[in-house]
Structures are given as structure tokens and as C-alpha cells.
Write a new protein. Sequence first.
Length: 252
Amino acid sequence: MSFFGKALASIGVGSAKVDTRLEKATYRQGDIIRGEVFVQGGQAPQLIEDIYLYLVMQYQHEGSEHEYVIDEFRLTDAFEIGVRETQVLPFQFQLPYDAPVSTGGSPIYVKTGLDIKMAVDPSDTDGIEILPHPLVDTVLHAVEEVGFRLSSVNFAFDKFYSRHPFVQEYRLAPLGPYQAELDEIILVFYPHMSEVDVILSLDRKAVDLMSSMEEALNLDERIIRFTVSQKEVEHTTTQLQAKIKQLIDQHL
């Protein structure tokens, strides 16, 4: 390989390429992501210092777009890739239980980055869909059975604790008798392996002078915290529905 060829590779012309292939494209919070990274050598041997997999999402906040790294995983130690050589590196990693759920306009993807010394580092991105943890789905279904309908999933900033810059708020509109007392309820979830911590916020309607003043001062919300375990809903959600209804009624 000529000096000119090596120089071209160092600026990204004819250098190594990377292609990540995932086992599938849809996962739930806490699932294992499996796949393979294909590294194709270029016009000159190159030292690959590191290969990282990044779990990345994009979101809008205050009128600008942000790229946020949810988590990162180091795949391999340094190795050399020869001219036109192909190396296949299998991998697996666990999605964090608190990984954000996919929503419209906020893509989530796995980004693969090769760290090549003295060269333009190649990268590859693969979009994925993240669905809620099964217990989150169970709680949402139970709340809907009590008398609510999911209306949206939004980002909230600096409102509840999270290791991320945001939490996801599940907003549900009341149906039936609750329409007279509530504007909406908001759920925030903190999933774990076999249980989920839930924050339930009640946004009460202004029905008299006192409640109108509370609404004007943003004092009309009531916060409820509870935990749901896998064992608790193993066979039926009837008891969970009764628990949620009792908690809501107590705080109206």
C-alpha cells in the first residue's frame, strides 16, 4: 500500500466501514438487544482502537433539537483490520429499564462508532422501536378499566426525578363520572425487573372559588405514589384496578 493510499484512508477515503445488523427492530424496556457488527477493511490496514454501541434518541425542547445518549456499551479491545478484510463481531446488551419509550417525532437508534487513530471515525445508525415494560402496559390497562383513556405521551423536564434530562408523562383523559371532577391524570413510570414504581398526578377541575384559586396557583394537583409487582398482577388485574380506584377517590 502506497503512502498516498494510507493518507487517503486517514482522511476517510477508502478507510474501514462498519455495518451493524440487529436481530430485530422492536424491543421492550429491559429487553436484550442482540446483533452483529460487520467491519470491512479499506485500502490500508488500520488499527481499530475501540468499537462502541450508543443508544441514542433525538427530542425537541425549547425550540431546538437535542441528541441524547441514553447509554453506551464498549464492544471490543483494539484490533487491526487488514486490507479488504471482514470481521464479524457478535454482541448483546440489555436495554435499560428506564429507556424512553418511542414516541412520534423522537427517534431512537443504536449508533455504532469505530475509533480509528489519526482517521475519520466511521459510524452506522440503526433505528429501533422501544415499547413500554410489560408492567407499564398492565398498569395503563388497569387505569383505563377504572375510567380513563390514554391521550398522549409527552416529555417533562425538571419535574420528577430521573437520571435522564426528562421523564415521560402518560396523560389520560377521564371518562364517565370522573369527567366531573378531573381534567386529566398523569402517570410517570420507573420500571424495574419485576416491579414498577408509579407516580400518579391528579389534575382536578375548578368547580368552586377555592378550587379555581388552586388552579390559578397550580395547587390543584394531587400526587400519589405506589408500586406494582409482577406477582400482584400474575393472574388478574382486578385487585390492581380496585387499588387504583381507591387511591384516586381518596385524593379527590
